[in-house]
Design a protein around this ligand. Structure first.
Ligand code: SAH
Ligand code: SF4
Length: 356
């Protein structure tokens, strides 16, 4: 019989697993705490399991961790990047960010990946440039948080927010992402509140519709990047499949069903989407929405010939949107010295390996 990987099973699935192997179901709760709360993956460290049970588990199951290959800390110390190795030799990236400088435990935001690579091919994105390899499992998605938390634990910092804004398109790995959300949220596991978990999508309409029906409090972020259908199609090929008017309609329905605010991400690209006409049209299409706009100064991606907008233009764009009554923030640039833009580190390491 093939051994079963327990990492990636939800608490309920662990209850069933122990029942199926003829054990008491509460063992599932103990396993949830071991794997997801304490980050333990060696059965011998689970001392509340007797030796007999530990030996039995060793025969039929295992717990697979992702392996930390690189850990880089930005010069400003506010951003840390991790490159993780997977059992099939692939690798993925995750980032943790701190938002304020203060002494003592601070609450961090983790930016995690949902796929190895991405099929969407957005022109400004390093992940999109390296193609799609495979979906991550629920265990691999959740484990990014467990492993990062373990590494930073001595500093008494804690991951308190999770954004699925690393590599990949979460809505194209829907079931694994939802299972990972369950594991991340579970009170006896990683225990991060639903309101502190955000899913970012390039606009996969069926995924947005499904999420609206889940009845969970996760946050939805949508990468918009242009309010004009034609320009959006140029920089985000998925717009041809799910055009802007249809996307906005689906988002309206999502908001009517969930009553939740939607974050719109908008990378500021010089001469592409940062002019007054774009700002006016953006305000127009967001009419009637409860929205937050997050302006992201474009991260430099070597193969993409464009530059980020100037600070002055970004500020002007922000003021314009705020005058229209739409809350707008500017994402702080960080970690540029550690290739913090999604997919950049992995791409760099893969290229280095090729040249070796
Ligand atoms: N695939 C999902 C989530 C991962 S990308 C999505 O597209 O929403 C996370 C965010 O980073 C998206 O808003 C994406 O558009 C943005 N992004 C990607 N490359 C970027 C770059 N070079 N500069 C600024 N933002 C970028
Ligand atoms: Fe994929 Fe998002 Fe990058 Fe587009 S921006 S290529 S959807 S990861």
């Amino acid at each position: 019989m093939e051994k079963k990987n327990l990492k990636g099973l939800t608490k309920e699935e662990l209850y069933s697993f122990f029942e199926e192997i003829g054990e008491k179901s509460f063992r599932g709760l103990q396993m949830t705490k071991h794997m997801y709360q304490r980050g333990i993956s060696d059965f011998d460290e689970m001392t509340d399991f007797g030796k007999k049970l530990r030996d039995k588990l060793k025969n039929i199951a295992y717990i697979e961790d992702i392996k930390t290959l690189r850990h880089l800390i930005s010069s400003q110390k506010d951003t840390e990047k991790f490159l993780f190795g997977l059992s099939d030799g692939n690798c993925l990236e995750s980032v943790i960010m701190s938002y304020e400088d203060h002494i003592g435990p601070s609450r961090l935001t983790a930016c995690i990946s949902t796929q190895v690579g991405c099929l969407m091919g957005c022109s400004f994105c390093a992940t999109g440039k390296s193609g799609f390899i495979r979906n991550l499992t629920a265990g691999e998605i959740a484990d990014q948080i467990i492993q990062m938390q373990k590494i930073i634990a001595p500093s008494e910092r804690r991951i308190a927010n999770v954004v699925m804004m690393g590599m990949g398109e979460p809505m194209l790995n829907y079931d694994n992402v939802m299972k990972a959300v369950d594991i991340i949220n579970c009170a006896e596991g990683i225990a991060i509140g639903m309101r502190h978990i955000a899913i970012s999508t390039c606009g996969i309409i069926p995924g947005i519709k499904k999420l609206a029906q889940e009845g969970i409090q996760v946050k939805l972020a949508v990468s918009l990047h242009s309010p004009f259908d034609e320009i959006r199609s140029k920089i985000m090929p998925i717009n041809k499949k799910y055009p802007l008017p249809e996307l906005m309609k689906a988002l309206k329905e999502y908001q009517e069903i969930t009553g939740r605010r939607i974050t719109f991400e908008y990378a500021m690209i010089d001469g592409v989407n940062d002019d007054l006409k774009s700002a006016e049209e953006l305000a127009r299409i967001l009419e009637g929405f409860t929205a937050l706009i997050n302006l992201i100064p474009l991260n430099n991606v070597t193969e993409y010939g464009k530059k980020r907008s100037t600070d002055e233009k970004i500020e002007k764009f922000k003021s314009f949107m705020e005058n229209k009554g739409i809350r707008t923030t500017i994402r702080k640039e960080r970690g540029t010295d550690i290739n913090a833009a999604c997919g950049q580190l992995r791409k760099k390491v893969l290229e280095e390996e090729k040249n070796e």
